[in-house]
Design a protein around this ligand. Sequence first.
Ligand code: FEO
Length: 387
Amino acid sequence: MTDLHVSDAIRYIGADDTTIDLFESQYPVPNGVSYNSYVILDEKVAVMDTVDRRAAEEWLEKLEAELGGRTPDYLVIQHLEPDHAGSVGLLAEKYPEMTLVGNAKTFSMLPRFFPGEWTPRALTVKEGDVLSLGRHTLTFVMAPMVHWPEVMVSYESDEKVLFSADGFGKFGALCADEPWLCEARRYYFNIVGKYGAQVQALLKKAAGLDIRTICPLHGPVLREDLGYYIGKYDLWSRYEPEDEGVLVAYASIHGNTAQAAARMKEILAEKGCPKVAMADLCRDDQSEAVEGAFRYGRMVLMSPTYDGGLFPPMDHFMAHLRDKTYRKRRVAVIENGSWAPAAARIMRGYLEAMKDIELCPTVHTIQGAVKSADVAAMEQIASELLG
Ligand code: FEO
């Protein structure tokens, strides 16, 4: 692992969590996650966010080692979600003279997590306010809904560091040897994906800053080629496809729809589609499927009918897509129903309520096993999808 510290004055004091089973109790994180926190050592000392309570002990040890007997003057609270603010109460109790820095929303929400009277210890900042620590100066930039309403980011102008809160984060502990892009994309679309407009607003503000280093609250500190990461965020938050290809997302009860999906993959490849990704919604991680849906510009949905409605794994997926504001894509729908099929109607209902979805005109019903007429219909649908 490379040196995690930003500089002699900006020290990394976060922690890896490699034993958590599900992030936010819903997202598998096979390589864990990091809760990042930093301390700026200057004439004044500022702690930048805390960590999840799960990692509080390690974090406090690191903080104390960096402080070398000093006490923090400020705790900057950029985001109140408990994976970052879970140890605010602990730190505030340990250092009673420390001032808490946040915006009006931060302090209206703080007592909901940590009951008490915080006003006497609060320094309330707003857009553009500046906090001088000595050589280092923090300027606060509001970033509401990236990913909660109280979120703000902080720009340190001496070393040109952007403390970016959840922005530019990724799943995966820092000790994990893995590339940034895949887990950053899965993180983005599942955690922040709903808030593309707000991410765009933040990127516009950030464009006016000379940024040399990005310090997110999850994942590695970004020091080089920042245009690459900013470019990905710009693309994702505009809901533009990243790669040419198709996601075939299917759910199958007894294997017939899975067989049809495998055939659909072959057909798409035969027609020249450069990449066909598959998501078995019954078995694969749904957050991977959501990531795939946003990564590609085209998608095929294939599901049986169940209890007169949509088979639950597909229903969950559609609800995830709706909640993450899936849009700007071309989508085909294929259902399976041996009697009274209903899946296509419900899938189309979800899609018709989304923005800028181009539905392929042919909707096909498979009845049980895949037959030659089904293959012919899938050929037609593939042409519409790729055309
Ligand atoms: Fe990493 Fe929105 O908390």
